[in-house]
Design a protein around this ligand. Structure first.
Ligand code: FAD
Length: 461
């Protein structure tokens, strides 16, 4: 007799843990299978260690700015292994908390690899045991994609970047998405000579054009070399252990390390989805309906493996919505249309809602409010960096369609603005709100006339 559960969850990451815990709280008998570490990408090798690295990388600038406020001190020194071991301790602590939360909710934790063997069965690969379940939730996340280039095995991905024995003197980060941009900022901040390589015209595709431009400009000002419209053709190990990178521009440059941040793919390989006729979508992710149900009715999927929006809070929401739908008789679909999000680049980005060209396509009249200014913390220095605030509104209804912020604490600000935008706030609602002074955020409620208007997609002034 195989062990039977109401729900078997494969993958103890952001989505899986939330769903397992909630389903158990509603009375379901739940097991969660994890092949690596509890907490998944976000806790073990994603958001959390990344943010710790970002915080570490920002100190040199703080040291410089501190001097303009009268502070003086000796030459600051940085120790990479101290950061690594403190980071590892914190990740161990968080993993422990995840274990306690699951245990406390009576979820059975199974340390193994789960493979679907049918609509109601999952095999444990190591234990060679089959479990049966009324329902299966696939929450296996994603993993880095590395392009098939000669010598690409010499490179690392974000997974390895969290465990480098020592920092290289010179690194090439390949990619233009948020993970590439964040790691370029981390390495540069920690004193590594950093080149960011992207095949397109500008980094951060999909973000607002003004945001892309100002971030690229300021990254360059902070010493990151941004190489656009170029690709790696091959990589070769040099005698001194470094890597010779040949670009399709004809150049060959030596780097101590090459990091690929060239996208992520859903973890579905060898997962046995075909045994239950679980269909994939065009991007190779698991195809689900608004309630995260797959083409096999007893199997659901949430998080990065479904490639809806690869973000922790989204995976958590999808996990929770699945449980509300199935175990609490409350059909709940996650609204993916407005997702506030941050990029912990240097400078930081906070963004919610439509970018300008989306708004221009969707609405015949669009107002754009733009403001750039030096953040107060830099005004006693000669640092030239500016913050950017951009508000995009519907010229007909006055509704705020998008807000984009670049600069210190942009991520913190956008969480709050996200509430207003999700509620459907108008520019008049923003204007009615009394400013908090002196802050950077007060700019959001003091923007006067539109900087320009778009009528039928074209600039009217
Ligand atoms: P995951 O958290 O990836 O969990 C999946 C789990 O399933 C893993 O633990 C894996 O080991 C396990 N697994 C896979 N296959 C099997 C199997 N067959 N059997 C058993 N176990 C299996 N998001 C943000 O919101 N903010 C950020 O700042 C942010 N930064 C990021 C930085 C980096 C470098 C990366 C890589 C990601 C970042 N993300 C960030 C994205 C975020 O980590 C993911 O969106 C989130 O973790 C997805 O959750 P999930 O539950 O879908 O999968």
């Amino acid at each position: 007799m195989s062990r039977h559960y109401d729900l078997v969850v494969i993958g103890a990451g952001s989505g899986g843990v939330r769903a397992a815990r909630m389903a158990s709280t509603y009375g379901a008998k739940v097991a969660i299978i994890e092949e690596y570490r509890l907490g998944g990408t976000c806790v073990i090798r994603g958001c959390v260690p990344k943010k710790l690295f970002v915080l570490a990388s920002r100190y040199p600038e703080q040291f410089e700015v501190a001097q303009s406020f009268g502070w003086s001190f000796g030459e600051p020194e940085f120790n990479w292994s101290t950061l690594l071991s403190n980071k590892d301790k914190e990740i161990d602590r968080l993993e422990g908390i995840y274990g306690n939360i699951l245990g406390g909710a009576n979820v059975e934790i199974i340390r193994d690899r789960g493979v679907v063997t049918g609509p109601n069965s999952v095999k444990l690969a190591k234990a060679n045991e089959e479990l049966s379940a009324d329902r299966i939730l696939v929450a296996t996340g994603g993993r880095p994609f590395v392009p098939n280039i000669p010598g690409s095995e010499l490179g690392i991905t974000s997974n390895e970047a969290f465990h480098l024995k020592e920092l290289p003197k010179k690194i090439l980060v390949n990619g233009g998405g948020y993970i590439a941009v964040e790691f370029a900022g981390i390495f540069a901040g920690l004193g590594v000579e950093t080149t960011l390589l992207y095949r397109g015209d500008q980094i951060l595709r999909g973000f607002d054009e003004d945001v892309r431009e100002i971030v690229a400009e300021q990254m360059k000002a902070r010493g990151v070399e941004i190489k656009l419209n170029a690709n790696i053709e091959r990589m070769d190990r040099c005698a001194d252990g470094n890597i010779d990178v040949s670009f399709d521009t004809g150049e060959v440059v030596e780097f101590g390390e090459v990091m690929f941040a060239t996208g992520r793919v859903p973890n579905i390989e060898g997962l046995g989805l075909d045994t239950a006729d679980v269909k994939l979508n065009k991007s190779g992710a698991i195809d689900v309906d608004a309630y995260s149900q797959t083409s096999c009715h007893s199997i659901y999927a949430v998080g990065d493996v479904t490639d809806r929006a690869a973000l922790t809070p989204v995976a958590i929401r999808e996990g929770a919505a699945f449980v509300e739908t199935v175990y609490n008789d409350t059909p709940t679909a996650v609204d993916h249309s407005i997702i506030p999000t941050a990029v912990f680049s240097e400078p930081e980005i906070g963004t919610v809602g439509m970018v300008e060209h989306e708004a221009a396509k969707a609405h015949s009249k669009v107002n754009v409010y733009l403001s750039t200014f030096r953040p107060m913390q830099n005004t006693l220095t000669s640092r030239p960096e500016k913050m950017l605030f951009k508000l995009i509104t519907d010229g007909e209804t006055d509704k705020v369609l998008g807000v984009h912020i670049v600069g210190p604490s942009a991520g913190e600000m956008i969480q709050m603005v996200g509430i207003a935008v999700s509620m459907g706030a108008t520019k008049a609602d923003f204007d009615r709100t009394i400013a908090v002074h002196p802050t950077a955020a007060e700019e959001l409620v003091t923007l006067k006339a539109p900087t320009y208007q778009l009528v039928d997609g074209k600039r009217a002034n």
